[in-house]
Design a protein around this ligand. Structure first.
Ligand code: SF4
Length: 198
């Protein structure tokens, strides 16, 4: 029997090189109450959108992947579904893979709430802070604004990521012509250069 815990997701990419160290299984959670100005992921805000998946099915799928270094959670706001993400993160870590998690919240506030404990305990690198348009800065890997902070919660990663990785964007075009871009950069400018529109 499958577990009872569900995760509402916007999208999953099983193999991407632009959302953290190495090749990663990337989960965009659906639902974000923060509504940051300039957010590039407004389609992930609605709490009743996306698709509900069983966490056991997601875990099974992750563990089937070959050659991934780990899993990245982003959103949406992963901590709005912290328990379901935490269950997945725990199994990911048990298998020896790494966990990177983005949040619009701040670590010190997240630590206060018990519901966030499992996800925080099983995250190697937490990148926190809501996107701020006034502080736009693509100079650091995977981040869009200078206020965002990198917390190395385990010894899996360290400052070497800043020299090893740069921001990059992947453009995926499905068979039916739907464009999905991920990574970090000026998406509108890139689409213009490619002569595409969102
Ligand atoms: S926290 Fe992230 S997904 Fe949510 S509004 Fe801000 S930038 Fe967008």
């Amino acid at each position: 029997m499958k577990g009872k815990m569900k995760l509402r997701i916007f999208n999953i990419i099983k193999n991407t090189k632009v959302e953290g160290p190495g090749i990663r299984y990337c989960i965009w959670t659906q639902g974000c109450s923060r509504h940051c100005r300039g957010c590039q992921a407004v389609h992930t805000w609605a709490h009743n959108g996306g698709t509900l998946l069983d966490t056991d099915d997601i875990i099974e799928d992750i563990l089937k992947q070959k050659d991934i270094e780990g899993v990245t959670f982003l959103g949406g706001e992963p901590f709005e579904q912290a328990q379901a993400c935490g269950i997945i993160a725990r199994e990911v870590k048990k298998s020896g893979l790494s966990v990177l998690c983005f949040t619009g919240g701040l670590l010190e506030n997240l630590r206060v709430e018990e519901k966030n404990r499992l996800l925080l305990e099983n995250t190697d690198l937490l990148i926190d802070g809501a996107f701020e348009l006034e502080k736009l800065d693509y100079s650091r890997p995977w981040c869009g604004s200078s206020n965002q902070r990198y917390h190395f919660l385990t010894d899996r990663y360290n400052d070497s990521i800043f020299t090893k990785y740069k921001n990059k964007v992947e453009v995926n075009i499905s068979k039916n012509g739907i464009i999905f871009m991920n990574g970090m950069g000026n998406f509108d400018e890139i689409l213009q250069k490619l002569n595409l529109s969102k």
